[in-house]
Design a protein around this ligand. Structure first.
Ligand SMILES: Nc1nc2c(c(=O)[nH]1)N[C@@H](CN(C=O)c1ccc(C(=O)N[C@@H](CCC(=O)O)C(=O)O)cc1)CN2
Length: 302
């Protein structure tokens, strides 16, 4: 069997077009274009690429680019003051603190300063709590993008065995919650899981977000399973994921490539979240067509 390719680039393009249409509609209705404040601290080359793409694509969607860049040696107080300034600025619909931050900074404490209504990364305790309770809120972009891909490819989730490899706050945990909310039977694997391949082989839907290149091989894939590879690793011969792609493609029914799978969806869902946040802040009723769950938290700072 050669797995069907799940084309994240194409789906992401369509989501971005829908977001652009939503932005135009918001402005035509007398609202203001959403403003996205990306915050980059330092010069990590991969983060620079991601932030540059987020800025470019937000502008392409009709949003205002309110990017801020701080030097790698910026202190906790400096970054906190910037987040507070953006939180209080009515032109800012969404704040994205690019991760990872330099090691001397306390990322959790900084994320905690972002108001839930502007948390377009879905990482604050408020938004994570809403997700854990199955209530509407802003969802983390990568897991939301995976869900959009599964829906686009009409992958049945209710009653399906879903296995998530990785338990990060950014991907693994919210991914499991989103699959659970769709009635999948969810197992989370991590570094202490005994016989990872055996657990993965149970999965109808296998999402791998472990951060270890090629961790999941063909022996861990159930024949016909849908495999979503969230990993991105830069090597001498280009990008690769957490899944050993070619052997896994011989067993899986469908598989996301790296690049061109989940990565582009992360940015598309960020834009969808930013539009949803702007609509909520401007008190405009939200459409479901952007794939964003309705009713984001509405409190904005005075
Ligand atoms: N605050 C956040 N930080 C980080 C997040 C996040 O969601 N919020 N996710 C990752 C990185 N990331 C977004 O920031 C991201 C990763 C990959 C891509 C992407 O489009 N990848 C392309 C390849 C691009 C390339 O050439 O490098 C692909 O897979 O096709 C977009 C965003 C960590 N930090």
């Amino acid at each position: 069997m050669t797995a069907r390719v799940i084309d994240g680039k194409a789906v992401a393009r369509r989501v971005r077009e829908e977001v652009a249409a939503g932005v135009a509609e918001l402005v035509a209705a007398g609202g203001t274009a959403p403003g996205l404040a990306t915050v980059l601290v330092g010069d990590d080359p991969a983060s620079e690429v991601y932030v540059r793409n987020k800025r470019r694509l937000s502008v392409e969607a009709g949003m205002r680019d309110l990017h801020r860049h701080l030097p790698a040696d910026a202190g906790q107080e400096t970054v906190a003051a910037l987040v507070d300034e953006l939180a209080a600025d009515p032109a800012v619909s969404g704040i994205l603190l690019q991760l990872p931050l330099p090691a001397h900074l306390d990322a959790d404490a900084l994320v905690a300063r972002i108001p839930a209504a502007k948390d377009v990364d879905g990482l604050t305790t408020d938004n994570a709590g809403l997700l854990a309770q199955g209530r509407p809120g802003l969802r983390p972009c990568t897991p939301a993008g995976v869900m959009a891909l599964l829906d686009e490819y009409e992958v049945p989730l209710a009653g399906a065995e879903a296995v998530v490899v990785g338990r990060s706050v950014l991907v693994g945990r919210p991914m499991a919650q989103l699959l659970l909310a769709r009635d999948a039977t969810v197992t989370i694997c991590h570094s202490r899981t005994r016989d990872l391949a055996e657990v993965c082989r149970r999965a109808d839907v296998l999402v791998v977000a472990a951060g270890i290149p090629g961790l999941v091989g063909a022996d861990a894939v159930k024949p016909g399973a849908v495999v979503v590879d969230v990993g991105i690793h830069r090597g001498e011969d280009g990008l690769r994921g957490d899944v050993d792609h070619d052997p896994a493609a011989e067993v899986a029914g469908a598989l996301t490539p790296v690049p061109g799978g989940v990565g582009p969806m992360t940015i598309a869902m960020l834009l969808a979240n930013t539009l949803a946040a702007a609509r909520a802040q401007q008190d405009v009723e939200q459409g479901a067509e952007q794939g964003v769950e309705q009713e984001v938290p509405r409190e904005v700072p005075a």
